[in-house]
Structure formats: C-alpha cells, structure tokens
Design a protein around this ligand. Sequence first.
Ligand code: NAP
Length: 280
Amino acid sequence: MARNRVGVIGFPVEHSLSPVMHNAAFAALCMDDWLYDCMAIPPDILRLGLREPMQHGYIGLNVTVPHKEAIMNFVRADETAKAIGAVNTVDFRTGIGTNTDAAGLLNDLAANGIEIADRRVLVLGAGGAARAAVYGLARAGADVAIVNRTMKRARRLVEQLRYTADIDGAQVMTLDEAATWGMSLIINCTSVGLHPHPTQSPWIFGVPFPAGVTVYDMVYRPANTALMQQCVAHGGRAVGGLGMLARQGAIAFELWTGVEPPIEVMLAALRGALEEKGEG
Ligand code: NAP
C-alpha cells in the first residue's frame, strides 16, 4: 500500500478528474509511494469521512461538492478559505483548510497572458466558483462586475466579500447593462453550457455580444463551449477552464508533497481523460 495517501471527498465524486491528474503527476515524478484516491462521503457522515482518512495516515484531501462549505466546521480555515467561504484543500498535518480556486484561476489567466489589473472584468454567476473568482480578481486589481440569473444572490455575494475580505466596489448589473459596460474579459462561473447541455450559453441569445473581448469559461466539458463559440464569432479570444482545474490541483499537490507540480503532465492527463469520455 502507498505510504503517502491523498484524495478527494465529495458526493457524488466518481466523475472527478482529480485522481487521474494527480496520479499522472506522481507517476511522471516516480513518486511511487504516493496515491490519490476518490471517496464518496454522504453529507450526514462528513465528520467521519474526514476523521477516518486522517486516522489512517492520509496527508490531506481535496473537498468537492457538496462538502466545500460544511467542511469549514471541522478544519481551521485559512484567510483565503474564510474570505471565499469554502475549503477545497485540507492538510491534515496542520489541520488547515484552504481554497485554491482563486489562485488556480489567476495562475491560468496569467499562463494564458490574460491581463486583469486595472481591467474591467465581467463575472457571470454568483455561486461558489464566482465567489472565488471575484475574490481573486478584486485582490489582483480588476474592476469587477457580476451578472447572475438570480440578482439577489449576486448582491449577497458582494455583501459577503465586503464582510469577509473587505472587498468593496464589485458591482451587480443586468446582462443588457453588461453588454455596453466595456469589459475586456468575461469569466463564466455558471454551470450553463456544461455537458450534457453544450448548446446552452449564459450569454442569452438576443443580447448583443461585445466584439473583441476575451472569454474565460470555467466550464471545460465540452472543451469548446457555446459561449466560447459566440466570443470567437464576434472577433474575440476564448479560453476553456481545464487549465484552472489543473492549476488549482497543482497548488494542492505542492502543498502536500513539497514538490514542484508537473503542470503539463497534469493537463495532458486531464485532456486524455476527457477525450476518452468523448468530452474533449
Ligand atoms: P454553483 O454554486 O451551483 O453555482 C451555479 C451558478 O450557475 C449560479 O450562478 C447559477 O445561477 C448559475 N446557473 C445555473 N443554471 C443556470 C441557468 N440555467 N441559467 C443561468 N444561470 C444558471 O456552482 P459552482 O460551484 O459555482 O460552479 C459553477 C461552474 O464552474 C460549474 O460548471 C463548475 O464545474 C465550474 N467550475 C470549474 C472550475 C475549474 O477548475 N475549471 C472550478 C470550479 C467550478 P443562480 O444563482 O441563478 O442559480
């Protein structure tokens, strides 16, 4: 049995691509005594689902839906996790829970040469991924606006970040208002367009699509979403969210192992897994 074990807990979790990505990284670096596995933990036994791996020598865990918020009751959330209101990575050696989504997004924007400081950035969505995005973008100096189907939820997100992270200034607007706001970047943090609904777009057909903007779509199944296609059809540049998935995982990898993550290996493993499912 591998000496150093890590993994992901969620419910359901079988669809998670994290095991493929991390185990490919361990293999590429000949880290034969490391193993990443996948554990389905129902919400009512979350405490047990955390305690058992810890007592059996796991180094840490990733945490996915629906446990990202509830897990905060059982770990010491660091400043980032507290600000975002969710934990996606735990290190059992310190008992600390953090959130790597914001840094994963910012690292992937940087890797793609997408500038955000002093730029207008429109965030579509107001769920957990949007909260991480707005937190990261605002701290990196972007001028952020949020559009969400449920406007009340977007306003709540702004209020929360004002309270948890002292972030002021993110504005909430309608999609019609956003169409003429003059942003250089749109980040899709909704689940619209996700497999198996690849023809749906969060940019409602009928609202004029701004010309020449960059779209970053957190959705990575399919690789080329309807929103990305709209963007390119209007002279813009579109980037899918697989790199964010790899880079938020890479931060956890480095935290647990102390080893520089082989990001290209992780990305290739993700692409391979999606292609195998016919969703690449
Ligand atoms: P969530 O908390 O459930 O939020 C879902 C968001 O999508 C909400 O803003 C919701 O709007 C919106 N939405 C859902 N169905 C809609 C519809 N039919 N029309 C308009 N808006 C709709 O989910 P999440 O955790 O934030 O994740 C959002 C997406 O980001 C998921 O697809 C997830 O896979 C992806 N993600 C990707 C990465 C990555 O590494 N690439 C990381 C994190 C998340 P309402 O508030 O109106 O319901």
